[in-house]
Design a protein around this ligand. Structure first.
Ligand SMILES: *Cc1c(COP(=O)(O)O)cnc(C)c1O
Length: 736
């Protein structure tokens, strides 16, 4: 009796410490003390914090949800306090997906904020809220990708809070953002402010993520339309408006919340309009009311130089489509003539005099630019030779507590060598000492089996669902296997499984390994070895060649199956998202990456696999140049000569299909032999352990955050600064 009532008091106390309030809202997950601490540091007069700007920030709750995990651990399903009870019910049973991201860039941003929260670094994230998200993907075997747009409701999502006016819960917090026309007449757009909290595992720190929602009654229709879909490319106008909605909102949003960050981090150049605003602010301060008349070009350059001192810029791709360029006259329809004048000085592109080039703008006005891998640094320096000096590398990472599977987490928790791995991924270096440990090897193999079983079960259930759907609707499911009866179609666990999931765009060459089916199937047929290929990924709805690749993958399924006498099964999982990624990267036996070198600046799904001990089989592109370790962690194939500007071509004829696929086939015979040959299988476990020992300490966002931090000029308390310094010692992205 006694014990029970004590426990219930404790629970009340715990829950009481999970609710907090400030002038803008009431939130669930962290204590009042934590909220106050975070808010104080973001609003302190010394500006000792960072505002991190990204077009998309992805952190779905079905991949990582520390608040729900805490409730489940404590077996809490309700509370006597009605307000807390409502929070609990919403978190336990409410929606967890936030379909507000497109892919790699957003997932990286979310992982980054989560690591800042783990490390207790004062950062606030800013992105847009898209009422229709990116897009939902259906795949029909006759048509290929079918994209549809569906509204999601932040109002219904327990992880997203509508901020209200200070001390006035009845009125929503809004900001006003001016757009101009050719005659400098203003039209205001209005955004509601929402907040999501990236709370860390211990619930003792969080990074707020502010979402700007322009789909408001007061905003003109053209603004509301542009606020619907992420990367809406239906017109150049829409693209311009979306970029401006993000960049031009940052300062008004910070002002509305009292955020004082001195340092601005641009995750890609999409939000670069914030720089424009900061330059104008300075000139206005200098010259007052009639600053537009009094400002000289020299003043503009000087103001830009001052602003640059606080800007950190990450460039994410060498691919042209990733660099925003807009026609000058078109752009004039949305910005003030004075802004246009500044851009004429700072966004000019000598090769395209009629365009503003926003990558060049971001390149010019910053303190430090980083590429996202060593190879990408080399490529970026070649693309932008006049800035080569200031371009360095900070190789991407992934948030390891998000991406390590439950089975592997359980394994790591049981090893003294990995104590505290969630906070300090450097401990994974101790994995090397377990290389010959029979018990560890056996546990690792068994965790891998569990993860593979989970993936195979997921696929089999999906095939069964599609089969039923086919009978009930007009939809022709994306998998040829759904046409077979359940027994024949079923994937078997412990069959060699290759995973591939990423955005479908030309340079990623999703269809590379199907270039010559006979060659691919040789080792399969010679030895009667079955193989599964599990694929997923979306193509941007306007990317016709990207969509054609999905269709190609679907179309090759039957041929592959028939020519292999049913041994080779290729499955496409539609609707790729973080939850699917998490199952795939841990459950595959090999993670395939087949881009054309050097167009994949980094890639992160391969890191997710590596942290689960899954070896990559990859082109020597992006992060793999650093993660390959002479074969200790996986395999390489394909072209790897030095890169130059000519190798950046995205023309089909120059995508090296014949060469790189031939290189893959040779390797595939060896890999599948290692897997099925009982004498050789141990090499898979060797590689799994070496991934944990060599790649896990490096390719995580804690280490990446520590490297960013060194560029931020933040003033941190001694012990914290020391801890980040130690995390950074795991790796120096920039050295050779
Ligand atoms: C990790 C991830 C990506 C990025 O993967 P790449 O290997 O960088 O292409 C894209 N989408 C989702 C849902 C992811 O989880």
């Amino acid at each position: 009796m006694m014990k029970q009532s004590l426990a219930s008091i404790d629970i009340d106390q715990i829950l009481h410490n999970m609710i907090s309030t400030n002038r803008w809202g009431t939130y669930f997950g962290v204590s009042q003390k934590v909220l106050d601490q975070v808010w104080d540091s973001l609003t302190s007069p010394d500006g000792n914090s960072v505002t991190y700007i990204s077009m998309e920030i992805a952190a779905d709750r079905d991949a990582f949800h520390p608040i729900k995990s805490r409730l489940l651990d404590l077996d809490i399903t309700g509370s006597t306090d009605p307000q807390i009870d409502q929070f609990i019910k919403n978190i336990l049973y409410g929606p967890e997906k936030i379909p507000n991201y497109g892919g790699g860039l957003g997932v990286l941003a979310g992982d980054t904020l989560k690591s800042f929260a783990d490390c207790r670094i004062p950062v606030v994230g800013v992105s847009l809220l898209y009422r229709h998200g990116y897009f939902s993907q259906l795949v029909d075997s006759r048509i290929g990708q079918v994209s549809w747009s569906s509204e999601w409701r932040p109002e219904k999502n327990p992880s997203i809070y509508a901020l209200h006016q200070p001390d006035d819960p009845r009125s929503e917090l809004r900001i006003e953002v001016p757009f101009y026309d050719q005659d400098d007449r203003v039209t205001n757009a209005y955004a509601r402010l929402w907040m999501k909290m990236e709370v860390n595992n211990r619930l003792n720190y969080f990074v707020p993520h502010i979402l700007l929602d322009f789909h408001t009654d007061e905003s003109p229709q053209w603004i509301r339309d542009a606020a619907k879909n992420l990367y809406d490319s239906s017109s150049e106008n829409t693209k311009i408006i979306q970029r401006r909605m993000l960049g031009a909102s940052v300062i008004p949003a910070m002002k509305a919340l009292g955020i004082t960050s001195r340092t601005i981090h641009l995750n890609e150049q999409h939000g670069v309009a914030v720089i424009l605003n900061q330059i104008v602010d300075r000139l206005q301060q200098k010259y007052g009311e009639d600053y537009t008349q009094r400002t000289s070009d020299q003043d503009i350059f000087e103001a830009a130089e001052e602003v640059a001192g606080n800007i950190v810029y990450t460039i994410h791709t060498p691919v042209k489509a990733g660099h925003d360029c807009f026609d000058k006259n078109l752009y004039r329809k949305f910005v003030h003539s004075f802004h246009h004048r500044i851009l004429n000085l700072l966004a000019e592109d000598r090769d395209n005099p009629n365009n503003f080039n926003f990558t060049l703008f971001a390149m010019r006005v910053n303190r430090t630019t980083n590429a996202v891998s060593r190879l990408h640094k080399e490529v970026t320096q070649k693309q932008f030779p006049e800035f080569a000096e200031k371009i360095s590398a900070i190789t991407n990472g992934v948030h390891h507590p998000t991406w390590i599977s439950d089975a592997k987490a359980e394994l790591f928790d049981s090893c003294a060598e990995f104590e505290n791995w969630r906070q300090d991924p450097s401990v994974f270096t101790n994995g090397a000492a377990l290389f010959d440990n029979k018990r560890f090897r056996a546990f690792l193999e068994s965790a891998w089996k569990k993860d593979n079983f989970k993936l195979i079960t997921y696929v089999n259930e999906m095939l069964a669902t599609h089969r039923a759907m086919m009978q009930e609707t007009w939809i022709d499911p994306p998998n040829f296997l759904s046409n077979l009866d359940d027994r024949e179609a079923r994937l078997q666990p412990d069959t060699f499984t290759i995973g591939f999931a990423r955005r479908f765009s030309t340079y990623k060459r999703a269809d590379l390994i199907f270039e010559d089916i006979e060659e691919l199937l040789k080792p399969v047929l010679e030895n009667n070895w079955p193989v599964n290929f599990v694929f997923a990924g979306k193509a941007h709805p306007a990317d016709e060649p990207g969509k054609a690749l999905i269709k190609m993958v679907i179309d090759v399924q039957e041929e592959l199956y028939r020519k292999s006498n049913g041994l080779a099964k290729l499955v496409f999982i539609p609707g790729y998202d973080m939850a699917i990624a998490k199952i795939m990267v841990a459950g595959a036996h090999c993670w395939l990456n087949s881009p054309k070198r050097p167009l994949e600046a980094s890639g992160t799904s391969g890191m997710k696999a590596a942290l689960n001990g899954v070896p990559n089989v990859s082109i020597m592109d992006g992060w793999w140049g650093e993660g390959y370790h002479d074969g200790a962690t996986g395999w390489k194939f394909g072209y790897e000569d030095p890169v130059n500007l000519d190798t950046l071509s995205e023309n089909r004829a120059e995508l090296l299909y014949a060469e790189d696929s031939a290189s893959f086939y040779k390797l595939f015979a060896e890999i599948i032999d290692n897997f099925y040959n009982p004498e050789k299988f141990y090499t898979f476990i060797d590689k799994a352990i070496m991934n944990i020992a060599l790649n896990s300490p490096r390719f995580n966002t804690h280490r990446m955050a520590a490297e960013y931090l060194a560029r931020y000029n933040l003033d941190l308390p001694g012990p914290l600064a020391g801890k980040m310094e130690r995390l950074k010692e795991n790796y120096d992205s920039d050295s050779e």
